[in-house]
Design a protein around this ligand. Structure first.
Ligand code: CMC
Length: 429
């Protein structure tokens, strides 16, 4: 067996041997295939990069058919069970688990960079009273680049580390303040005595008490949710971070573009749609007619199906367990009963089985967030905080990858050519 592809170009009758490596061929090799010397080389047309590898990466592995997700080789189930979000953030960005000393230093660094410049506070206060928290987050992450102009030196390893620490540390502060702004409540400063996730809850919910003491079960559940969202290889927002990062801009600008991509309903917004759907169904009795509607193509079962997973999304399984822990504290979300019944029916129904449609990460996450009393606009902010270490790990990999170039796809031009320009004074005469 030879690891190559033989291509015969029927326009010229010429044959080409294109090497296959890692299950891919190089687009540049296809570029050598030409209909004539003065003709452009062959390119691939792939809107949405559905079948195009844009990088080599050792950060996250996904096997969608088997329902496997691993960060740096560690299964998501084991990380969710035994690790914590800051350790996972370290793992993603350093490529290996920390020693005790490394973890302590990392935790210390992150904790002591949670504060932001006072002018950021003033700047955030200037948003309209009903500003969407994702818009506020995107703008304030981008604004960090003006507070840390040193971040432009992306070729210096120590400098990169500094910005990674700052961003992971400040994201909960910016996210919590976006939430408080919409509520008309004063911003709460970070409490460095609390853990990363407990401090986030404090900045969200603290009122006049001296120290905010969140229920440890809620802290643990939110920490697990952050772990589950920490990376998902080349998804739309990570691709945005890499694409913008490929221009060698500072990482705050690159991550702000990732927040923008996540803001879109096709990416970060599905859990909100699940809640709306469950509310519309209203009660268990209405499920059969809803399922019929899905099968007739009039409805979509939100929170089901995935571009990559053709099996149970491993994150959905863990989230289901986290939901139980949260509801133990907050009381059961009445929509859970409908969700569980919906899942049971869908997993047995031929329509869903045949199409390999299983619950994805968003099927249960909205229910949990609602139990925390988050309004739906905040769901994506939580996703962004969780995803930040992944965006940064991918950015770090990108800037050190000698094979990477500025992202600049090709197009197939379909417009007019060689028109003669007539000045407005003549056209409008
Ligand atoms: N409900 C009903 N039918 C569905 C669903 C669904 N949720 N998802 C897919 N199908 C059907 C689809 O109609 C098609 O049927 P047919 O072969 O008869 O035309 C078949 O399943 C294949 O679907 P597809 O649209 O080709 O699959 P895709 O890979 O392009 O889309 C998806 C994946 C996630 C966009 C889609 O499953 C969907 O819209 N799901 C609901 C929205 C959702 O939950 N999104 C969150 C994704 S997870 C978030 C993350 O990881 O960031």
């Amino acid at each position: 067996m030879t690891d190559s592809l033989t291509v015969r170009d029927n326009r010229t009758g010429q044959e080409y041997d294109v090497p296959i490596a890692d299950g891919t061929i190089k687009a540049a090799d296809l570029g050598k295939i030409k209909a004539g010397d003065d003709q452009p080389g062959l390119a691939v047309y792939d809107p949405g990069f559905v079948n195009t590898a844009s990088c080599r990466s050792s950060v996250t592995f996904i096997d969608g058919d088997e329902g496997i997700l691993e960060y740096r080789g560690y299964p998501i189930e084991q990380l969710a069970e035994g690790s914590n979000f800051l350790e996972v953030a370290y793992l993603l960005n350093h490529g290996a688990l920390p020693t005790k000393a490394e973890f302590d230093a990392w935790e210390h660094e992150i904790t002591y960079h949670t504060f932001v410049h006072e002018n950021i506070k003033t700047f955030m206060e200037g948003f309209r009273y009903d500003a969407h928290p994702m818009g506020m987050l995107m703008a304030s992450v981008g604004a960090l680049s003006t507070f840390y102009p040193d971040a432009r030196d992306i070729h210096d390893a120590e400098n990169r580390h500094m910005q990674i620490v700052r961003m992971i540390a400040k994201m909960p502060t910016l996210g919590a303040w976006s939430f408080r702004h919409a509520q008309g409540k004063p911003f709460v400063y970070p409490d460095n005595e609390l853990s990363y996730t407990a401090n986030f809850l404090s900045m969200l919910f603290k009122m006049s008490e001296k120290t905010f003491e969140p229920d440890p079960r809620l802290v643990k559940a939110l920490d697990v949710l952050f772990i589950l969202h920490a990376d998902h290889e080349q998804n739309a927002s990570t691709n945005a971070v890499r694409s913008v990062g490929s221009t060698q801009v500072d990482p705050y600008s690159a991550v702000a573009s990732g927040v923008g991509a996540l803001y879109g309903p096709l990416h970060g917004g599905a859990n909100e749609a699940v809640l709306r759907m469950l509310r519309r169904i209203g009660s268990k009795e209405n499920i059969p007619s809803f399922i019929e509607g899905v099968k007739n193509g009039n409805e979509k079962l939100m929170g089901f199906g995935h571009r990559v997973y053709k099996n149970y999304d491993p994150r959905a399984r863990i989230i289901k367990k986290a939901a139980d822990d949260v509801f133990e504290v907050t009381g059961v979300n009445p929509l859970l009963e409908i969700a569980l019944e919906l899942e049971k029916i869908a997993l047995e129904d031929e329509y869903f089985v045949k199409r390999k449609l299983y619950p994805n990460v968003d099927f249960y996450s909205g229910l949990i967030y609602e139990a925390f009393q988050f309004p739906p606009e905040m769901f994506t902010v939580l996703f962004a905080i969780g995803r930040t270490p992944g965006w940064l790990a991918q950015w770090l990999e990108l800037v050190q990858d000698k094979e990477q170039k500025i992202a600049r796809p090709k197009q197939i031009y379909t417009g007019a050519r060689r028109l003669d320009f007539v000045p407005a004074s003549e056209r409008w005469a």
